[in-house]
Design a protein around this ligand. Structure first.
Ligand SMILES: C[S@@+](CC[C@H](N)C(=O)[O-])C[C@H]1O[C@@H](n2cnc3c(N)ncnc32)[C@H](O)[C@@H]1O
Length: 280
């Protein structure tokens, strides 16, 4: 890959999930009713999600040792590691320096520090995997880049949440519009070979995040505020005024972990697309 002037950072939120909450995976979980709605239950459900994807990959490519897979937005590298252990020729890609450190400690396979849309490679892949990373890549560039990197009749696996047409405001901000995504896939000759709406199984992830926030995060902030107010009332009030917009934004953002709002405005989908076009 040619040298780049792009700037890369370390994702602090990821460090928090990883080092404080002990989460090794950054995606939603696939919950069963019996799973507890706490961090342990979430970890189980995230493992189930990973096994689901890896089972689907195994159905597509039973012969792992000559299958090249690019894990786009590979996070901590947990999924790549699971594919590597099954002998797939997997490579990771992410624009994050902290993820690069974690990934390289984990498995001895190539890691590409890049945004997908700016990545280039001589290699062609049998499968491009996007586990909750498609939403970060501009839609047209996502398909344009995949066209460059995927083999004829290769597969694009996308597991992510999408925004429904009628959604607006905050609920429409993260995720591609489902209709636009499918239209772009079709325009680029990617045909759906498998699709599953996994919204209901993934939504307990948000319920768990809400319970965690209400039970631990908000009371901790309250107690810390009370103590600060007692000790330094003037500084406290000044800071509160100074950060009033951030505080209001954080309160508004609680809607993003509301599963009822999610259900109304979004869908969590699993797709396998096959590139039908052959190169001349
Ligand atoms: C929600 S995490 C999912 C991580 C991992 N795939 C998983 O399932 O746990 C989103 C991932 O996309 C990556 N990402 C963000 N913008 C990207 C881009 N433009 N190109 C490639 N990856 C990107 C993030 O660094 C992160 O690794």
């Amino acid at each position: 890959m040619a040298p780049t002037k792009e700037k890369f950072k370390k994702d602090r939120a990821l460090r928090f999930y990883n080092e404080v909450l002990g989460l090794d995976r950054l995606h939603y979980g696939l919950f069963k009713n019996s799973d507890t709605r706490n961090i342990d239950g979430l970890i189980q459900a995230q493992l189930r999600y990973e096994e689901f994807l890896s089972g689907e990959i195994n159905l597509l490519f039973p012969e792992s040792s000559d299958t090249h897979i690019l894990d786009v937005g590979c996070g901590t590298g947990a999924m790549s590691e699971s594919l590597f252990r099954k002998s797939y020729l997997v490579e990771g890609l992410s624009p994050d320096l902290y993820q690069k450190e974690l990934f390289e400690k984990r498995i001895p396979v190539p890691f590409h520090l890049a945004r997908y849309q700016n990545f280039s490679s001589e290699k062609m892949y049998d499968m491009i995997l996007m586990s909750e990373s498609a939403q970060y890549i501009p839609l047209k560039k996502l398909f344009a880049k995949t066209n460059e990197l995927i083999k004829d009749h290769g597969y694009l696996m996308v597991c992510d949440y999408f925004v429904l047409d009628h959604a607006e405001g905050k609920m429409a901000k993260s995720g591609h519009r489902l209709s636009a995504f499918l239209e772009e896939a079709n325009k680029n000759n990617y045909h759906i070979v498998k699709e599953e709406d996994i919204t209901e199984a993934t939504l307990p992830t948000l319920d768990t995040a809400k319970i965690f926030t209400e039970k631990y995060v908000l009371p901790t902030i309250d107690i810390a505020q009370e103590k600060f107010l007692e000790r330094r009332p003037f500084i406290f009030k000044t800071l509160k005024w100074f950060f009033r917009k951030n505080i209001a934004k954080a309160q508004e953002n609680m809607i993003l972990i509301d599963s009822t709002e999610f259900r109304k405005n979004k869908k969590y989908m699993f797709f396998i697309f096959k590139r039908e076009k052959t190169r001349q």
